[in-house]
Each structure stands twice: as structure tokens, then as C-alpha cells.
Design a protein. Structure first.
Length: 320
């Protein structure tokens, strides 16, 4: 088995057929499609079983609901392929998605390849027959992850050599699982290849995990980026500065959202956590000089009061 595609499934019945059809219709046929039914209650589990009867490459695991990270880990345990890909069950991929990523990885001799992605409501095919391939150093690919561009922080526009993921797992009972995971995988790759073509189509649903109302669980984004910053300090000190910027402005954004969405006790919890996180990861004098003047202003104001900073940014409609 060449490629294992891991598809966590939880209450995505309206979108599941489109997702699986896009996988069974891949130009690369040597693959297994692992549908991990994470305790669905809307009939998605039965749809998974129906697909397994239609296509022998589809395998199904039914399990008690444990969340996205746990479902992906279960898929990793099941996977038999020498290459691994992740696809969310409400998304879909172009027919050349896997073949392009595998060909790119083999031709460029890299353990990790990735492609562009776009929203699923753009129906017209955008994939190029002969995409431009960019070979990225580990540091350049990691900067892309930090700044969420090109390679991106998401896990699902990528193809991973199985050996790259040995010993890695997704955090469980957390949101923003990709933020916790992607930098660890990229950090293991000497080089990364990027195919400059849109082959993955994601769907933004109001009832999805990320589309749901803001809650204290969203602070996981700051926790994930703080963990990434610790990793950068240990392995890539040259990227600590962009890592700090990403964490700082994430804390501001979360603080602004908490002011708009949470009740007073929860706002206090959020403010305490975010203030502590910012204080523990302050910019050095040298780093402050590298910031844009407007960014430097927000840093200095946050040292007086992070809460005040977030309130001012909300009044000015900045950052959200």
C-alpha cells in the first residue's frame, strides 16, 4: 500500500460523499482510504460502511467520540502506507492531488510535499497540469508555517513520508490541533517541496469546530503557539523572532474576541492567561527594533495593560 489517506468523520453527512468521491477518483489508485467515524450521530457512520462495500480501498473504524486529534491518531495507528495524507471529511480534493504530491516528493527527494489550497465553493478546477515546484529549506518551510503562507500551518495540504511521523501524535481534547502538530513534522524534514497549484478544497462551515462560537477552548491557539516557540528556541533560534510575533498577535486577537464573546468571569480567565503568556515571551530590545512602528506601539501598550490594548483595538476595528 503506497499512500494512506486518513479521514476523520464526525457528523458531516451532507459533505461526506463529495469528499470520498474525490478520493476514490484519484488518478493515483494505489492507496487506502481510512474513514475514522468518531461517534457520528447523523448517519455518517452508515455512509462510511456503504463506501467500504463499494470500494475495497476504503476501510472504516467506528469509535466513541474522542475529537479530531484522537481520530487522526487512530488513523495513524491503522495506516499501512509508506506515505500519509490527511483530508477532512467536509473537504474535497482535485483528482491529481495525491499523484502530484507523491510525484513531487519523489522527484525532489524529500519526505514532505505540499500544495496550494482554496475554499470549496470555488468549483472551477484550478490545478495546473505542470505546477511549478519550489524546493524549500527546513527554515524557509518553518517560516511559512509560522506565517501561515504557502506551505501553511494546516496538515491537510501535505503528503508525509511515514518515517517522518514516527513517534508523533496529535494532541487530544484540544482545538487548533494543526498548530500543535505541523511544526514538529516540518522540523523533521531537511527539505520540503511545494507544488504551486491549488489541489485541496476546504469548507468553512458555521457549525464546524472552528465555526462555532468563541469559548475559552480557543485559547488553545495561544498554548499551541507558545509550545511552538519553545521548540524554535531549542531547534531554530533564528526563527524565534517571527515565532514571538505570531504568538503576540494571536494573544491580542484572542483577547479581543474574548471581550466580545465571553461573560465577565471567563473574560478574566482569558485575560489572566493571555497576559501571563505575553509576559513570559517578551521581545528583546533588539527584536523591538525590528518591529514595524505600529507593531511596536501595540507591544508597549500591552505592557501597560493587555486588556486595555485589546479594548482599543476593538474600538478601532483593528485585527479582527
Amino acid at each position: 500500500m503506497n499512500i494512506s489517506v486518513i479521514v476523520p468523520v464526525y457528523n458531516t453527512a451532507p459533505y461526506l460523499d463529495r469528499c470520498v468521491e474525490s478520493l476514490t477518483g484519484q488518478t493515483l489508485e494505489n492507496l487506502e482510504i481510512l474513514l475514522v467515524d468518531d461517534g457520528s450521530t447523523d448517519g455518517s457512520g452508515a455512509m462510511c460502511d456503504a463506501w467500504a462495500l463499494r470500494d475495497s480501498r476504503v476501510r472504516v473504524l467506528h469509535r466513541k467520540n474522542g475529537g479530531l486529534g484522537s481520530a487522526r491518531n487512530a488513523g495513524l495507528f491503522m495506516a499501512k502506507g509508506s506515505w500519509i495524507s490527511f483530508v477532512d471529511s467536509d473537504d474535497w480534493v482535485e483528482t491529481s492531488f495525491l499523484e502530484t504530491l507523491l510525484d513531487t516528493a519523489i522527484r525532489m527527494d524529500v519526505p514532505l510535499s505540499c500544495c496550494g489550497y482554496g475554499k470549496s465553493d470555488r468549483e472551477a478546477p484550478l490545478g495546473k497540469a505542470m505546477p511549478d515546484i519550489q524546493l524549500l529549506s527546513r527554515e524557509t518551510a518553518m517560516l511559512d508555517v509560522i506565517e501561515d503562507r504557502r506551505t501553511g500551518v494546516v496538515v491537510w495540504n501535505k503528503l508525509y513520508a511515514r518515517r517522518l511521523l514516527e513517534g508523533l501524535s496529535f494532541p487530544e481534547n484540544r482545538l487548533h490541533e494543526d498548530e500543535y502538530f505541523t511544526h514538529l513534522a516540518v522540523g523533521r524534514a531537511d527539505r520540503v517541496a511545494y507544488a504551486d497549484t491549488v489541489l485541496y478544497r476546504y469548507r468553512q462551515r458555521p457549525d464546524s469546530i472552528m465555526g462555532a462560537a468563541f469559548s475559552l477552548k480557543r485559547l488553545d491557539a495561544a498554548e499551541a503557539k507558545a509550545a511552538r516557540l519553545r521548540y524554535l528556541r531549542e531547534t531554530m533560534p533564528g526563527l524565534v523572532f517571527p515565532g514571538k510575533k505570531s504568538l503576540f498577535f494571536t494573544c491580542l486577537c484572542l483577547g479581543q474576541l474574548s471581550l466580545r464573546s465571553l461573560d465577565r468571569p471567563e473574560r478574566r480567565q482569558a485575560a489572566a492567561y493571555l497576559t501571563r503568556t505575553v509576559q513570559e515571551n517578551q521581545f528583546t530590545r533588539t527584536e523591538l527594533r525590528q518591529l514595524k512602528p505600529t507593531h511596536r506601539f501595540w507591544v508597549f501598550l500591552s505592557r501597560i495593560s493587555l486588556g486595555l490594548t485589546c479594548r482599543i483595538r476593538n474600538l478601532l476595528n483593528i485585527g479582527l
